[in-house]
Design a protein around this ligand. Structure first.
Ligand SMILES: [Zn+2]
Length: 347
């Protein structure tokens, strides 16, 4: 954290003011905590990371993060593999099979940052659900948040009540996040609020994927459902984030595992499913009209002022047999595919 330049008591992070997630009041640094001068809530700073949770509204409680047994989240267990020897090698092999590269690429947070850098000299970026992955370099203004402690997390924050002022950012990134929130619509409204006019959002969200992270897995979106979620944004580009073969491989694993709860069967089904993953993923490249059976969707859009895109326009814009879409973001100066080319200049 750093102190604000004008008021040393005002809390900020990489130059972005920190506000109370309950009432939006600028927070003040007070001894080891941050405190809201209006509601009086003390937000602890644990291991140098402020915990900025709305205690009554979030599924997470501020108390979860205090002390040595602080919550580290369901997502990070597999990276904290402390086992050794053959077991460790086995887990590495299983992970490699599961992560065998899909033949469909899609833009990530770093690509979205590059897009914004072509528009602005130093875009202000918020990453929601960053986990241990940092985007950008030391010179970039990137604030990374998550609901669990992990390397590269700057603040603990819940996407339903973001602890930042209106218009604080130029880009919000949420990759594999919106399926894990109780109310995706409210989270997207929060993204819109913390974006400045002209700001952009980049989201990647599952469609046909089995439940992962247990109780923290609430929702899936069809391609048009995902577009509707962002109807307060104009689409710049959108596509498929996981091909049909990859989705089928993951589903196969889940189906095999559902036959029996016995531990030996769970392990055997997992191995069988993972062995089937690399060949099934090869199918991705041939299924180019596959958005209706894809594993996920991505959306990159610009904050829209005024009325949201109407449901009628969404339905009329639906493309039959919608393909996998682009695999990269356009250059900011390129017209969107499908828009008529501007008339040639007069000779
Ligand atoms: Zn407050």
């Amino acid at each position: 954290m750093d102190a604000g330049t004008e008021d040393p008591g005002r809390a900020s992070l990489r130059g972005i003011a920190l506000h109370c997630p309950r009432d939006g009041t600028p927070l003040r640094t007070e001894a080891a905590n941050l405190r809201c001068p209006v509601c009086g809530t003390a937000f602890p700073v644990v291991r140098g990371i402020p915990v900025l949770i709305h205690d009554e509204r979030s599924v997470f409680a501020i108390a979860d993060y205090a002390g040595a047994e602080a919550y580290t989240g369901a997502a990070y267990g597999r990276d904290a593999d402390a086992t050794g020897g053959a077991r460790r090698q086995y887990r590495r092999l299983m992970r490699w099979l599961g992560d065998a590269p899909s033949s469909i690429r899609h833009p990530d947070g770093a690509a979205a940052l590059d897009y914004m850098k072509a528009l602005l000299p130093r875009p202000r970026v918020l990453v929601i659900g960053s986990g241990g992955l940092r985007i950008g370099g030391p010179g970039d203004c990137v604030v990374q948040t998550d609901v669990a402690f992990a390397p590269e997390v700057d603040a603990i924050a819940d996407g339903h009540d973001l602890p930042f002022p209106d218009g604080a950012f130029d880009l919000v990134v949420a990759v594999a996040v919106l399926e894990h929130v109780a109310d995706p619509q409210r989270c997207v409204a929060e993204m819109w609020r913390v974006l400045a006019p002209g700001g952009h959002v980049h989201a990647v969200t599952p469609f046909l994927q089995p439940v992962h992270m247990g109780a923290y897995d609430f929702t899936r979106f069809t391609p048009i459902g995902h577009r509707r979620l962002f109807r307060q944004f104009d689409e710049v580009a959108a596509g498929v984030a996981m091909g049909n073969g990859s989705a089928a491989a993951w589903a196969l694993r889940g189906v095999l595992q559902s036959a029996s709860g016995a531990r030996w069967w769970q392990a055997a089904a997992s191995i069988a499913g993972l062995l089937a993953t690399p060949p099934l993923r090869l199918l991705d490249r041939w299924m180019r009209h596959g958005a209706d059976a894809a594993g996920g969707c991505w959306f990159f859009g610009r904050r829209r002022e005024g009325a949201p895109v109407s449901d009628r326009d969404l339905v009329q814009g639906y493309r039959q047999g919608f393909g996998i879409g682009p695999t990269a973001l356009p250059r900011p100066d390129q017209p969107k595919p499908g828009t008529p080319a501007p008339p040639p200049p007069p000779a």
